[in-house]
Design a protein around this ligand. Structure first.
Ligand SMILES: C[S@@+](CC[C@H](N)C(=O)[O-])C[C@H]1O[C@@H](n2cnc3c(N)ncnc32)[C@H](O)[C@@H]1O
Length: 220
């Protein structure tokens, strides 16, 4: 597949790694059930570039946990475009987690893969907290906030790639997000001036640690 000119600007020195990731997905993505057949022709614009540009919202040297990486989005392109980041991919399905480990090994990327569900206490304990918790196409905003915010340090944020539904989800779920310790969700775009269709993201800062709700003690 021809490499779009903009890919050089987005991936910089990592362009060869991005090309190899596309080649792996072209070769194995459909047969291993990682991507649909229609996605093969739009791997660059709908998947790699769209994922990598969210790095615009992430500070240098941040620790990033990508929840529900699936075939590797947005975590793998992000790690390629931003080698300064420490990236942990979280994925519950064994065959997808195996794929992510293979990608990390073949491309010699400094990422770690953790099999499990974001809301599991044991997983949270193992992977610790992050400055930024990313996700794409994993769950509606309210549920996602309940999974992602506990993985962010206080003052850190969740960064959810969303499509056209972003503003509606924010209007519907802002109160639920606040209940799990999130600030006001902000919709913004990444990749403007680079991509034909910029990536829409919802950013939520973790403003306070989740409080456990204790039942009052009975008298006597
Ligand atoms: C629709 S896929 C999206 C994959 C990838 N983020 C993308 O944009 O191509 C949703 C992914 O989220 C994972 N997932 C679902 N529930 C999850 C949870 N509770 N914690 C972490 N990952 C989860 C699924 O296994 C699946 O790989």
């Amino acid at each position: 597949m021809p490499v779009p000119e903009v890919a050089g600007r987005v991936f910089g020195d990592g362009l060869d790694y991005a090309v190899r990731f596309v080649e792996m997905l072209e070769r194995y993505g459909v047969e291993r059930g990682l991507i649909g057949p229609r996605e093969v022709d739009r791997l660059w614009d709908r998947h790699l570039l769209n994922s990598a540009v969210i790095g615009e919202c992430i500070e240098t040297g941040a620790r990033v946990i990508d929840v529900g990486s699936g075939a590797g989005f947005p975590g793998v392109p992000l790690a390629i475009a931003r080698p300064d980041l420490e990236v942990v991919l979280v994925e519950p399905m064994a065959r997808r987690a195996d794929w992510l480990n293979e990608v990390a090994e073949v491309l010699d990327l400094d990422i770690s893969v953790q099999r499990g569900r974001a809301e599991e206490k044991a997983l949270r304990k193992t992977i610790g907290s992050a400055d930024v918790v990313t996700s794409r196409a994993v769950a509606p905003l309210a549920r996602l906030a309940g999974w992602c915010l506990p993985l962010a340090r206080e003052g850190g944020m969740m960064l959810a790639v969303k499509g056209a539904s972003a503003r509606d989800e924010v209007a519907r779920d802002a109160a639920a997000v606040a209940r799990v310790g999130g600030g006001v969700p902000v919709v913004s775009e990444c990749g403007g001036g680079l991509l034909e269709t910029p990536t829409t993201v919802v950013r939520v800062v973790r403003v306070q640690a989740q409080r456990s709700v204790r039942r009052p003690r009975r008298a006597g």
